[in-house]
Design a protein around this ligand. Structure first.
Ligand SMILES: Cc1cc2nc3c(=O)[nH]c(=O)nc-3n(C[C@H](O)[C@H](O)[C@H](O)COP(=O)(O)O)c2cc1C
Length: 177
């Protein structure tokens, strides 16, 4: 198996991170660049990536999201070292969700290739227009018109991840060769 295939076959969502180990600025740049180089419908590239590494900002956003969802006070996005929001203006780009999904997967794979764990955080999609959440997103630089499609929580894995099972190919693939 070549290196690219090995990277995408061995990536698994990581939900516990080493809290002390910092992702370098260079690696964050590489990860976000991998997102920017994803395909987008009609090459619109209308997405906005918000890169966060300040722990107070990440946890303040998690608290606001948790509150909006009625979660307990411990809601924390799995305490990642960094969080990259991928957002799109869905009124300007009807394919904005699909475009961000491509970008997020590129970022997960790039992170994995660098030895960095990741997981999709979905909860901002439903809560990004809640007043306190939007206030924080605006102060982080997100355009008012942008919906957060998904986030990549990033960090060095705290332990080896077994990974959730994949369905047998016979359940999901229909061959017509
Ligand atoms: C659209 C989407 C939303 C997801 N949202 C979350 C989430 O909010 N929290 C979470 O822990 N994992 C989330 N995941 C990760 C999935 O649970 C995970 O990809 C799946 O269980 C398969 O495991 P794997 O990524 O290790 O292969 C999401 C994945 C996708 C594609």
């Amino acid at each position: 198996m070549n290196e690219t295939l090995n990277t995408l076959m061995t990536r698994r969502s990581v939900r516990a991170f080493q809290t002390e180990k910092q992702i370098s600025r260079e690696d964050l740049q590489t990860i976000v660049d991998a997102g920017r180089y994803a395909p987008s419908a009609m090459n619109r590239q209308t997405w906005t990536f918000v890169v966060m590494q300040n722990q107070e900002q990440i946890q303040s956003l998690a608290r606001a999201v948790g509150k909006a969802l009625g979660r307990d006070a411990g809601y924390n996005f799995y305490l990642p070292n960094a969080l990259i929001l991928c957002a799109n203006d869905l009124s300007a780009n009807p394919m904005g969700v699909q475009d961000c999904a491509c970008a997020l997967e590129n970022m997960f794979l790039a992170a994995h290739s660098l030895g960095i764990g990741s997981v999709w955080i979905n909860q901002l999609y439903d809560t990004c227009n809640e007043p306190e959440v939007r206030r924080q997103l605006t102060s982080l630089g997100l355009p008012e018109s942008a919906t957060v499609i998904g986030c990549a929580a990033l960090g060095y894995a705290a332990a080896a991840v077994e990974g959730r099972p994949k369905k047998d190919a016979a359940e999901t693939v229909v061959w017509n060769l």
